[in-house]
Design a binder for this molecule. Structure first.
Ligand code: PRP
Ligand code: URA
Length: 209
């Protein structure tokens, strides 16, 4: 079974508390989503392979660690996942970026895929699939299906707020995928929104309704 890592770092908790507030505006919301995404990625990248490298400091020659060159891909689920990409690229600037366009039908809550562009060598890359909200889990589950169909073999899902229902759905369909999240919330309301959540992440990021 995939692991669920709720990253309870004080900085993450503090920043998430700020953006839960309904009165926080688009500018602050955007900046903080990026910052939380960066902090979550720090945790999600803890097992990247490293190798020995010799370096001459001003004082001595020494053997130290560097990243072993494992390639990464960041794949946001559009739209809201886009809000996390810049923060992640600050940590791993050489990562390629794929896009999966998906929206939830407001009546059925079923995800509808409308765009797909992935790096050609997605099968050789560790994939960070990113979306601020994991609600029913339908979007993440389908996005992982799509990634696997295109050959992805190593996938981590990074979310800001997750409902237990969504976690269960992803784990049942994709037990090989670990989930890194800033918060496991209480559950879903009758409209499929996460409670307490932070509302509609896409709308709050882009200032739409
Ligand atoms: C939101 C969110 C996820 C999805 C989560 O996107 O960003 O992609 O809903 O819900 P689920 O777990 O029940 O599938 P939305 O469909 O609102 O599209 P948007 O990002 O374009 O606003
Ligand atoms: N999508 C969102 O943006 N927010 C929710 O609470 C659920 C789905």
């Amino acid at each position: 079974m995939g692991q669920v890592i709720e990253v309870k770092h004080p900085l993450i908790q503090h920043k998430l508390t700020i953006i839960r507030n309904k009165d926080v505006g688009t500018k602050d919301f955007r900046e903080l989503v990026d910052e939380i995404a960066m902090l979550l990625t720090f945790e999600a990248s803890h097992d990247l392979p490293v190798e020995d490298v010799e370096v001459q400091t001003p004082v001595a020659k020494t053997t130290q660690k560097q990243l072993a060159g494992k390639k990464l891909a960041v794949v946001p689920i559009l739209r809201a996942g886009l809000g996390m990409v810049d923060g992640i690229l600050q940590l791993i600037p050489a990562a390629k970026v794929g896009h999966i366009g998906m929206y939830r039908d407001e009546e059925t809550l079923q995800p509808v895929e409308y765009f797909l562009k992935l790096p050609e060598d997605i099968d050789k890359r560790d994939v960070l699939l990113v979306d601020p909200m994991l609600a029913t889990g339908g979007s993440a589950k389908d996005a992982i299906d799509t990634l696997k169909k295109h050959g992805a073999q190593s996938i981590k899902l990074i979310t800001l707020v997750s409902a237990p229902e969504g976690i269960k759905a992803v784990q049942a369909a994709h037990p090989d995928v670990d989930i890194y999240t800033a918060s496991i919330d209480d559950g879903l309301n009758e409209d499929g929104y996460i409670v307490p959540g932070l509302g509609d992440a896409g709308d709050r990021l882009f200032g739409t309704h």
